[in-house]
Ligand binder design. Structure first.
Ligand SMILES: NC(=O)c1ccc[n+]([C@@H]2O[C@H](COP(=O)([O-])OP(=O)(O)OC[C@H]3O[C@@H](n4cnc5c(N)ncnc54)[C@H](OP(=O)(O)O)[C@@H]3O)[C@@H](O)[C@H]2O)c1
Length: 223
C-alpha cells in the first residue's frame, strides 16, 4: 500500500489553533489540489480527533472528478477510514453518511455497544490492536480489501504514529503564510516525538511550488 500524508500547516507548523477548531490555512488552489489527490486515492484516513474536531465528509467536491472515477470502474468517492481505538466516532458524523464506504479501525478496547452502533450507522468495523489501533495491522487489512493508495489527512497524533511505524511513503505539506502559535496547538507530528536522531524519518525534498499565499512542499520518505 502506498501511504501519502497531506496536510496544511502554518509557518510555525501548527495544524490549527489551541482550541482545535478548524481554521483555513490554505486557499482555493490548495483545496483543489487536495481534491485531485482525493480523486487519485482508494481510501482517505484520518484520526478520530479530526472527526471530533472538524466533522469532515472526506468526499471529492468536483463532480467531474467523481464522474471520471466511475468511468474508470471506481466508486465516485474513495473509502473513508477512521483510526478510532475506542469507537468514539459519533453515529451522526459526516464520515458515516451515504456518500462513500467507511471503515472504522478500532482496537480490542472498544466496547461492543459502541461497535454495534457504528455498524448500525453504516460503518464497517475492523479490529486491529489491543489498546490502540495497530496501524500496520489495520493497513494490512485494508490492503487485503484492494486498497492500494491511501491518502492521510491528519491530524498530528495519527501522522506521528504513522511515521513512527515507518508507514509513510510520501508527505505533502502546504505551508500557509500565517503564524498560529500556542504550545498546545496541534502540529504536523505530535505524539511523543522522537528523541533519538537515528529515529528521525529522513525525507527527500522532491518539489517546491508557490500556491495561493503559501508554498507546497512534497517529500518522499527514505526507506
Ligand atoms: N491543517 C490540516 O491539514 C489538518 C488536517 C486534519 C486535522 N487538523 C486539525 O488537527 C486537530 C486534530 O488532530 P489530533 O492530533 O488531535 O487528532 P488525530 O490525529 O486526528 O486523531 C488522534 C486520535 O486518533 C486515535 N488513534 C487511534 N489509533 C491511533 C494510533 N495508532 N496513533 C495515534 N492516534 C490513534 C486516538 O484516539 P483513540 O485512542 O481514542 O482512538 C488519537 O487521540 C484538529 O484541530 C483539526 O482541526 C488539521
Amino acid at each position: 500500500m502506498h501511504v501519502h500524508v497531506n496536510a496544511a500547516e502554518s509557518v510555525d507548523g501548527k495544524l490549527s489553533t489551541r482550541e482545535r477548531e478548524q481554521v483555513a490555512i490554505s486557499g482555493p488552489m490548495d483545496f483543489d489540489r487536495m481534491d485531485a489527490l482525493r480523486a487519485e486515492s482508494d481510501g482517505i484516513l484520518v484520526g478520530v480527533g479530526t472527526v471530533l474536531a472538524d466533522d469532515p465528509s472526506l468526499t471529492i467536491k468536483d463532480g467531474a472528478r467523481r464522474e471520471r472515477r466511475v468511468e474508470n470502474g471506481c466508486d465516485p468517492n474513495p473509502a473513508r477510514v477512521v483510526a478510532d481505538s475506542r469507537a468514539r466516532t459519533p453515529t451522526d458524523a459526516a464520515v458515516l453518511d451515504d456518500d462513500a464506504t467507511t471503515y472504522l479501525l478500532v482496537s480490542e478496547a472498544a466496547n461492543d455497544a459502541a461497535i454495534d452502533a457504528l455498524d448500525t450507522a453504516g460503518g464497517t468495523v475492523i479490529v486491529a490492536g489491543t489498546e490502540r489501533v495497530d496501524l500496520r495491522a489495520g493497513l494490512d487489512r485494508l490492503a487485503g480489501l484492494s486498497m492500494q493508495r491511501l491518502l492521510v489527512e491528519g491530524g498530528g497524533e495519527l501522522i506521528f504514529s504513522l511515521f513512527e511505524a515507518g508507514l509513510v511513503d510520501r508527505l505533502t505539506v502546504f505551508v500557509g503564510s500565517v503564524v498560529i502559535g500556542g504550545r498546545d496547538a496541534p502540529t504536523l507530528a505530535d505524539g511523543t516525538g522522537f528523541t533519538d536522531t537515528d529515529a528521525f524519518p529522513e525525507l527527500s525534498l522532491e518539489d517546491v511550488d508557490r500556491l495561493d499565499e503559501g508554498v507546497v512542499l512534497r517529500y518522499d520518505v527514505e526507506e
